[in-house]
Design a protein around this ligand. Structure first.
Ligand code: EPU
Length: 338
């Protein structure tokens, strides 16, 4: 857990951007983290906590301290007839946690299979996919306050979860490290297969009565066919959030673009897929030197190798401008740009 100066971050961010941190340290338990937080360099410099590095874009060297969460361990806390409470260290790889749940036949996270990143980073943006969000299975989390080193507990309400949002991306941004998360998983499964592609994929797999393992297999299949594997092509998943627009604006657009997909969110608002808007502006599959927009999913910006973060950020700005000019909708990045 020593501080290492001038530390290369290329292998620690899934975009594969070649930058350095002024200092780097990895901690494997809460006490190690608390000790690190007493060091003068750590106290005086800006701090960035890294999970899997799968939701950020570095545009320059980081002039502070990067702290990597290496807290492992998954344990059953308690259970009743219907549910189990499972605690996972924040440094566990998210998909390893999903595999643990599937192995023990605990339901609730199967739709979140293969999401890159760590358990500790998952609540920050309330990860979600195929009709399920982390908040649906979340019980509570433990987090260390970076300034005082004290451990705080947050329940579902105090995390203030929203679509790809939580209190840790807003009021408490940069103030806490999530060291452990407790999940409430089910023993009596309620499957969520309403998301179109899951039903069709299960049919293609010729599954009649799907288990949570089947749903996970379907989700893995869909993700692998649409989303680039960060181990092969640098990316951070969806670069933008799907925008929410007023119903009136949606109806006007729908009259002009009858194929515009949408999801209702409230009586007066709908969400539209950013991927569709970006594709309509002609960006899908665009290659600019060694970076661009993925060919199967326009929401994903990619680094084919050697691009710098500033170039990718500029591409994101150009996309935002063109979508705004064509549709009057402003896209917002989901990825943390540093
Ligand atoms: N679409 C296009 N062109 C594209 C991409 C999508 O027309 O290039 C259309 C699709 O045809 C479909 C709609 O947009 O009608 C939705 O597409 P998809 O099912 O691929 O989902 P998404 O809305 O683009 C969101 C999440 C993903 C998540 C999927 C599945 C956000 C920002 N993204 O994408 O999350 O996996 O739904 O639930 O909400 C991530 O956060 O990194 C991520 C990958």
């Amino acid at each position: 857990m020593n501080l290492q100066p001038d530390f290369p971050l290329k292998e620690l961010n899934t975009f594969g951007i070649d930058v350095k941190a002024r200092f780097f340290a990895r901690f494997e338990n809460v006490e190690e983290l608390q000790q690190l937080l007493t060091l003068p360099e750590v106290q005086s410099l800006e701090k960035l906590v890294l999970g899997g590095g799968s939701n950020l874009l570095f545009t320059k060297d980081f002039e502070g301290v990067v702290l990597q969460n290496g807290i492992r361990g998954i344990e059953l806390l308690h259970e009743n007839e219907d549910e189990v409470y499972i605690k996972s260290g924040g440094g566990e790889v998210w998909h390893d946690f999903v595999l643990y749940a599937l192995r023990h036949n605990y339901g609730g996270v199967e739709n979140l299979s293969l999401i890159p990143g760590t358990v500790g980073a998952a609540p920050l943006q309330n990860i979600g996919a195929y009709g399920v969000e982390l908040k649906d299975v979340f019980h509570e989390l433990e987090a260390v306050h970076l300034q005082t080193g004290r451990v705080h507990l947050f329940d579902n309400a105090t995390c203030r979860f929203g679509y790809r949002e939580s209190v840790f991306k807003n009021e408490l941004k940069g103030q806490f490290v999530v060291t452990a998360v407790v999940f409430r998983l089910s023993k009596k499964h309620i499957l969520n297969t309403s998301y179109g592609a899951i039903t069709t994929t299960l049919q293609e797999m010729q599954v009649q009565q799907p288990s949570i393992q089947d749903v996970s297999a379907a989700v893995c299949h869909i993700r692998q066919s649409k989303l680039p594997d960060p181990k092969q092509i640098g990316n951070a998943g969806s670069f933008f959030k799907n925008p929410e627009i007023p119903l009136q604006q949606f109806e006007q657009l729908k009259a002009q673009y009858p194929h515009l997909p949408s999801y209702p969110v409230s009586p007066g608002a709908v969400k539209v897929p950013a991927g569709w808007l970006i594709e309509q502006c002609g960006w899908k599959g665009k290659v600019i030197g060694n970076y661009g927009v993925h060919k199967n999913q326009a929401l994903v910006l990619v680094n084919y190798g050697g691009a710098n973060g500033g170039q990718v950020r500029q591409l994101a700005y150009d996309i935002i401008t063109s979508v705004e000019e064509k549709f009057g909708i402003r896209l917002h990045p989901e990825v943390n740009i540093i």
